[in-house]
Write a protein that binds this ligand. Structure first.
Ligand code: ADP
Ligand code: ZN
Ligand code: ZN
Length: 747
């Protein structure tokens, strides 16, 4: 560094979620150059009176943004150990660089909202009646169909005492139901200030299971490396039920024994009552659960408890990554292939990569688990960056289901116009007669529910978005992007023909069809419409688990979480719908969905069968999913990604441009795209490629036009450099641009 060069630091004052606003630039005194880094706590003169305030450095540069003569100088810097705030600020700086956006957006992502929590207390519910009395009352509830009461009593018979929030949020028992039981004197609600007096989940703590040889080996290997201060990344590839969660819990136990803490990420949708209780049983009140139902105050409170060493384990979705543990030792990401681990808002970070960075800084190990690992994770494992472990046996018994592929083209040729293939009809009839349960899985909500004119081909579209409207019950036409609605049409607005109608195969239509074929059969439907209410997702699943219905119809939501031992038939109605999407991850997503859906059958003692209906029976994602053969799928898919240089074989950056005016949006896109093309010309051909710009596949949403271009390169750093060049340009332009690195879908 040159001696006399002046350096400047951006400093953020008040590192509090709500107030984080804009950084202020200060001059760095020469005595501090070389010591000051991003995240360092500093004391700076602020405001008119120049009172000293605490702040954090968020950026260092050699360019003053104002007249340097007017800039104030940093007063002093904090020495000594790194605080959890320093670490979060550094992480935010890393995220900003890695994924784009502003430092403020990054800080808001990592910082928990700071809300005054009035009273730190937690309610628990416990049984007052004896077990025998409760048992009897429980049986009565079951008989009388009081399912919410029954659900709660059943759990209390096993657990004695449950956190109130767990009952309402995860068991889906309303406050009114708990109140009813309290009024009858069956249960009691107790309120405790839980800082001073943490809730003890009495008498329910359970030690871990005796691990199988395969499980033991994984735990031993990871802990052996851990104790040598080698904190690697590990991928556990094992089918559902092969004992991955048991491995995570054993590892967490080991890490806690060494005085450190663990973060466990689980997709929100799989964060069911059963999962949560399993962790409670193992680690008691040292566990905390985070989910989107928590209020800001509760989240703040949890972060505080974590910081002060009151808890050892936090379980939650993506955002639980930012829990400020003092001495993090382990991060677990279950179902690491899930798309929800990627943030949809700027910074569009991926939890896997971010976890890796957090683990690196904290000296922690990272464990990933999945039955169908993402191409990314498996590729890294093949490259030797991650260590791969396999678990191959299902520990709960149950055999892999038998899978049939029904060729819908063939069915049509034979004159079967129903949405159910002959094989599926045959097996459904059999199950309904036997009283066993069936799951029918449709690839996408409202799929192909579009309305078109059979005379002129006109498709009914949303007037604000570039997508077709879906037909809902009663004929209403709904836009799934902006929520626009209009009544049914009986005449084509384009040619006046009355032959305008929908291709009926949404979840509702399947339900109607089923009811007409098997009158009286009890059906539950789960899709975005029936799960709008916060708790309805778990409500539907528990109703199905309690055998309140024989058939469950749903979109991808039904293939996750919950175990249903009585399900012996799974029908996948249109396996290739997700292949039709023009997207480089389409085959991967199809394979994952089919494998998961097939895995839902035969979890219990009775063997299961699966019917996959498809127009593309020869597609490799369908063929390998039917055989539950992950490895063969991976081998074919990675060839395709290599050939076209898609992630994970290379990296890809999507640049989206948004504009109210179509023309100026296009101009911006072309200008930015041109800038990148000029950069590409300096590189070896093929090393750095630009695709586009072009209108996004949905060119308009909510009257905002969208354009996109993609940059592909093997080196991630090269893409970051490109992003930084674009960011400088964008600053001068007043346009909205979003970056997405290794996007989960194309735009
Ligand atoms: P996964 O996370 O891979 O789906 P789990 O850890 O949930 O698998 O295990 C599946 C089932 O097998 C659970 O009911 C669990 O209690 C049981 N289980 C796991 N490990 C063992 C073991 N070593 N011995 C006996 N049962 C086990
Ligand atoms: Zn028409
Ligand atoms: Zn719309």
């Amino acid at each position: 560094m040159q001696d006399n060069k002046e350096l400047y630091a951006d400093v953020i004052i008040d590192i509090v979620h709500e107030k984080v606003d804009r950084p202020f630039q200060y001059r760095i005194p020469h005595s501090m150059t070389g010591y000051l880094e991003i995240g360092t706590g500093v004391s700076v003169p602020f405001g008119k009176g120049n009172t000293l305030r605490k702040g954090y450095v968020t950026r260092i540069s050699d360019r003053p943004e104002y007249d340097p003569a007017k800039l104030k100088t940093i007063h002093s810097m904090e020495l000594g150990s790194i605080t959890s705030e320093d670490r979060l600020v550094r992480l935010a700086a890393w995220m900003r660089r890695q994924y784009g956006g502003t430092m403020i957006q990054a800080l808001k992502t990592v910082l928990a909202p700071q809300k005054a929590v009035k009273k730190l207390e937690e309610k628990t519910v416990f049984l007052r009646w004896s077990r025998a009395e409760t048992q009897e009352y429980y049986a009565q509830c079951v008989r009388k169909g009081r399912s919410a009461q029954a659900r709660l009593l059943k759990e209390l018979l096993e657990m004695e005492r449950l956190p109130y929030s767990l009952i309402t949020a995860k068991l889906n028992v309303s406050a009114a139901v708990i109140k009813t039981l309290e009024n009858q004197g069956i249960v009691k609600i107790e309120t405790q200030a839980y800082y001073r007096n943490p809730v003890k989940l009495q008498g329910i703590m359970q030690p871990g299971k005796q691990l199988s040889q395969g499980q033991r080996n994984i735990v031993d290997e990871i802990m052996r490396e851990y104790d040598q201060e080698r904190h690697g990344t590990y991928l556990i590839h094992g089918i559902t039920g092969s004992g991955k969660t048991e491995v995570y819990m054993e590892l967490i136990g080991e890490v806690i024994r060494r005085g450190r803490q663990a973060i466990v990420l689980i997709p929100e949708i799989a964060l069911t009552y059963q999962t949560v209780v399993r962790f409670y049983k193992r680690f008691g009140e040292r566990v905390s659960v985070m989910n989107s139902a928590l209020s800001a105050g509760e989240r703040y409170d949890q972060c505080k408890r974590a910081k002060e060493g009151e808890i050892d384990v936090i379980i939650g979705p993506r955002s639980a990554l930012f829990t400020p543990f003092p001495n993090l030792g382990l991060i677990v990401i279950d179902e690491e292939h899930e798309a929800t681990y990627k943030s949809e808002t700027t910074p569009k970070y991926h939890a896997r990569e971010t976890a890796l960075e957090i683990a690196r800084c904290a000296g922690a190990s990272l464990v990933l688990g999945s039955a169908t690992p993402s191409m990314e994770a498996y590729f890294r494992a093949q490259q030797g960056e991650y260590r791969l472990f396999q678990l191959t046996e299902r520990l709960t018994g149950g055999t892999l289901p038998r899978v049939y592929i029904a060729d819908l083209r063939q069915e049509l040729k034979c004159g079967n116009r129903s949405i159910f293939s002959l094989k599926l009809q045959e097996l459904m009839k059999d199950r309904l007669e036997k009283g066993e349960q069936i799951m029918l899985f449709l690839n996408r909500r409202g799929y192909a529910g579009f309305i078109s004119c059979r005379e002129c081909g006109h498709v009914m579209k949303c007037p604000h978005c570039d997508v077709s409207l879906s037909e809902h019950k009663g004929g209403r036409l709904v836009c799934h992007y902006c929520g626009y609605e209009q009544p049914a049409v009986n005449k084509c607005p384009s040619c006046g023909s009355k032959y305008i109608s929908g291709f009926r195969a949404g979840t509702q239509q399947i339900e109607e069809k089923l009811l007409s074929m098997y009158p009286g059969v009890k059906v539950l439907r789960m899709d975005a419409d029936t799960t709008k209410k916060k708790d309805s997702y778990e409500e539907i699943l528990s109703a199905f688990a309690n055998k309140e219905a024989q058939v469950l119809i749903g979109t991808q939501m039904i293939v996750k979480g919950h175990d249903f031992p009585n399900v012996t038939l799974v029908g996948v109605l249109a396996a290739d719908m997700s292949l039709a999407v023009n997207d480089y991850r389409a085959a991967e997503r199809t394979f994952q969905l089919l494998t998961q859906a097939a895995g839902r059958a035969g979890r219990g003692e009775k063997p299961g069968e699966v019917v996959i209906q498809t127009y593309q029976p020869d597609h490799y994602s369908v063929v390998h999913a039917a055989k539950q053969d992950y490895h063969s799928f991976y081998e074919e898919e990675i060839l395709y990604r290599e050939m076209l240089r898609y992630p994970p074989a290379a990296h890809m950056m999507a640049v989206q441009i948004f504009d109210k005016e179509e023309e100026s949006g296009q101009q911006t896109a072309e200008r930015l795209g041109g800038l990148v093309r000029a950069l590409a010309e300096k590189e070896k051909p093929g090393d750095f490629t630009v695709i586009g710009p072009a209108p996004a596949s949905i060119g308009r949403i909510n009257d905002i036009f969208r354009f996109v271009f993609y940059v592909k390169c093997r080196k991630y750093d090269k893409l970051i450099e490109t992003k930084e060049i674009l960011e400088e340009e964008i600053q001068k332009m007043h346009v909205t641009v979003q970056f997405d690195f290794d996007p989960m879908h194309t735009f």
